[in-house]
Every structure is written in C-alpha cells, then in structure tokens.
Design a protein around this ligand. Structure first.
Ligand code: DC
Length: 233
C-alpha cells in the first residue's frame, strides 16, 4: 500500500464545491511549481463516462468496480489546461459538461467505489510534489498533506465561472439550469455518508467570490512558500 503519510514529498490539497475554481488554481500551481497534478473529479467523471460507454447502469456496483479496476487514467497539462486521457483517448471535452458532473456525483456516493479509488489517487504522489484537487483530498486521501486549502464561492459566482468555462469549450448552458444543477450536486456531495465534502479541520479556508484567479493563486503560493522551503517561483 502506498503511504499517504510520506512527508518527503510535499502535497497541497485543494478541496471545495463545484465551480469554486479548484481545477484552474490546481493546474496553474502545478505548472508553476513543476509538481504533479491530481484532478480527482476527472477520475469520478471518467468512471461515469466509462460506465455509460459500456452501458453499465451506475447502480450495478460489481460491474462499475470492474470498470474502475481496469481503467487507466492519465492527466496531461497543456496550454489549454488539463487533458484527461483514458484508454489512449482524449475524453476531456466529453466529460466536462454538467451531465457527467452530475453522474459522477451520483456514482461517487458508492463506498466500495471510493475505497477502490484510494490507492489509484495516492499513486499520484511522486517527486517533486503533488497538487491534489477534489472533495476529500485533505480529509481522506492525503490527510497528512502539509498544506490543505478549501476554496468556496457564492453559488451565482460559481455558476458564472462554470458557464464561461463551458462556453470556451463550445458548450452553451442556461445560468438558471446551472445554478439548480450546482445546488443539487452540492447537496449530494455535502450530505453523503462516504467522504462528504467538508473542510479538514486543518484547512485554510478561502472565499474566492470576490477574488480573481490570479489573487487566489497568489494566496496559495504565499501559503506554500511558508510551508515548503524549496518553493521559490
Ligand atoms: O470536481 P468535479 O466537478 O469534476 O467533480 C465531479 C463530481 O465527482 C463531484 O460532484 C463529486 C465527485 N467527486 C468526489 O466525490 N470526490 C472527489 N474527490 C472529486 C469528485
């Protein structure tokens, strides 16, 4: 079993609700520091995608688990952000809409699935460091991460950010629908029994409602500089 307590390799966890900007902040920090990146939401989205592709209903636990055991995910950072490569196919655009966000949130309540994914996620710890983003990175997957951040933002601001992100990918959505979907997802992610979306007691909370991406990156960078001697970017 890989050790989540490996203090030799620095880990920063970035958790928070949908649309809080975690993905953008995490991939920017990963490029800036030259560290590895784990976007765990993409793992749940890819699982939902593969279940759908193989016509497996998400309620069929054993078949979903089989899919996860055999799947191979890879994240590549490009000038356009993170790309998800699954079984040699770039599925980033396919899994980025709210349909897969919602399906991922539904599949993510499954205890056995979450357990199956623990080691897969911990295997991302590699030198020189790791930025891990999601819902339970600080509480469950990397509880000994030296820096844990929990980013929030008001729901309308989060819906606007998601809307702009999707627009850039050529996906048009109605803000009112997006707000409803985000609220439903928040409710499910926060209230599930397994690894609910809650800040670790040790997390630094950042409300990004009135902050730019650059300002949030600046805040996390300053926190990281204080925790890790080797960071000088
Ligand atoms: O971060 P995201 O929107 O891509 O995540 C999609 C869903 O996946 C999210 O609503 C809940 C689930 N998820 C999770 O349960 N645990 C994680 N660490 C990351 C995502």
């Amino acid at each position: 079993m890989l050790n989540s307590n490996n203090f030799d390799i620095p880990v920063i966890t970035i958790d928070g609700p949908s649309g809080a900007g975690k993905g953008t902040i995490a991939s920017n920090l990963s490029s800036l520091f030259g560290w590895n990146l784990l976007n765990s939401g993409y793992i749940y989205r890819s699982t939902a995608f593969l279940a759908k592709k193989n016509s497996v209903p998400i309620s069929e636990e054993s078949k979903v688990l089989e899919i996860v055991r055999e799947a191979n995910f890879e994240f590549r950072i490009s000038s356009n952000g993170t790309k998800v490569i699954c079984e040699e196919e770039d599925i980033t655009d396919k899994i980025s809409d709210e349909y897969y966000g919602s399906l991922a949130s539904k599949i993510a309540i499954n205890k056995k699935l979450r357990s199956e994914l623990v080691e897969k996620q911990r295997s991302f710890i590699k030198p020189p460091g790791l930025i891990a983003e999601g819902r339970d990175m600080g509480t469950v997957i990397f509880p000994n991460a030296q820096l844990k951040v929990f980013i929030t933002a008001g729901v309308e601001e989060r819906a606007n950010r998601r809307c702009n992100q999707l627009k850039e990918m050529g996906i048009t959505v109605k803000i009112s629908h997006l707000i409803d979907e985000i609220l439903a997802r928040d409710e499910r992610d926060r209230n599930r029994l397994e690894s609910p979306l809650v800040p670790h007691f040790d997390s630094v909370l950042i409300d990004s409602t009135c902050l730019s991406v650059g300002e949030v990156i600046g805040l996390v960078k300053n926190l990281a500089r204080k925790r890790f001697e080797k960071i000088d970017n």
